[in-house]
Design a protein around this ligand. Structure first.
Ligand code: ADP
Ligand code: MG
Length: 237
């Protein structure tokens, strides 16, 4: 049986999609069969980050009842990594009902070693449905106090809802002199710090190329951190 892992945070722009893409590819390289799902229905961009822009069927079509999930699962150029893309046009967004996400995603569990769910930020209905499609959660925060406290709230709610909170990724560390240090962040978050991902221009460069950094620049500090995250996630099964 596979593991269903939601990637969540309190605020947008913390690096959820970046984490989802890089974790998926790193796990794939380790030999695991991975499915990455874009469950951020209003701001879908996981497929762009992974360099796919021509998918005919998306998670939106599945949630609108006009496609079956098996027809929205694509192989990618990344070893062992499959993808359920999202649609970017507003018509698709309007037709897709987020409440259908758990019913679509959970039954995929037997077919993959890891299902990585890229979620919207916050605790609104669309985010809750995406996050609750997983059984475990990885929180992603930046080293700023409002970002950490908002993400902590998401962790508390998900734990109450029965998800296993694996811990958090402290992303974009080192961008400012005022960054909250990892040990303080861990104390505030009250869940384990899984990895510190540094601010790394290679991560953004990779995003623009549609090739996540673990593949684009495997020796960069950013990539090394995401490989470390994958190893940690495997270990804490
Ligand atoms: P979210 O999905 O949480 O909204 P994204 O993963 O889309 O956030 O990341 C937002 C932006 O930040 C992207 O342009 C991405 O390339 C950049 N980014 C994410 N992590 C890092 C990092 N460690 N170093 C530099 N840029 C990063
Ligand atoms: Mg995102």
């Amino acid at each position: 049986m596979g593991r269903l892992i939601s990637i969540a945070s309190g605020k947008g722009g913390t690096g959820k999609t970046t984490t989802a893409a890089n974790l998926s590819i790193a796990l794939g390289k380790m030999g695991y069969k991975v499915l990455a799902i874009d469950a951020d229905l209003t701001m879908a961009n996981l497929s762009l980050v992974m360099g796919i822009d021509d998918a005919e069927k998306t998670i939106h079509d599945v949630l609108a009842g006009t496609a079956e999930i098996k027809d929205a699962i694509y192989t990618t150029r990344f070893e062992n990594v499959h993808l359920v893309p999202g649609a970017v046009d507003w018509e698709h967004v309007l037709r897709a009902d987020p409440r259908g996400l758990p019913g679509v995603i959970k039954p995929l569990k037997p077919y993959f070693d890891f299902i990585i769910i890229d979620c919207p930020a916050g605790l609104q209905m669309d985010a809750m449905n995406a996050m609750m499609s997983g059984e475990e959660v990885i929180l992603v925060t930046n080293p700023e106090i409002s970002c950490i406290t908002d993400t902590m709230k998401v962790g508390i709610v998900l734990k109450k809802a029965g998800l296993a909170v694996l811990g958090f990724v402290l992303n974009r560390y080192g961008r400012s002199d005022n960054d909250i240090p990892p040990d303080v962040a861990e104390e505030v978050m009250e869940v384990p710090l899984l990895v510190v991902v540094p601010e790394d221009p290679k991560v953004r460069e990779a995003t623009l190329e549609g090739i996540p950094v673990v593949e684009y620049a495997p020796d960069s500090d950013g990539a090394k951190a995401f490989y470390e995250l994958a190893e940690t996630v495997v270990r804490i099964a």
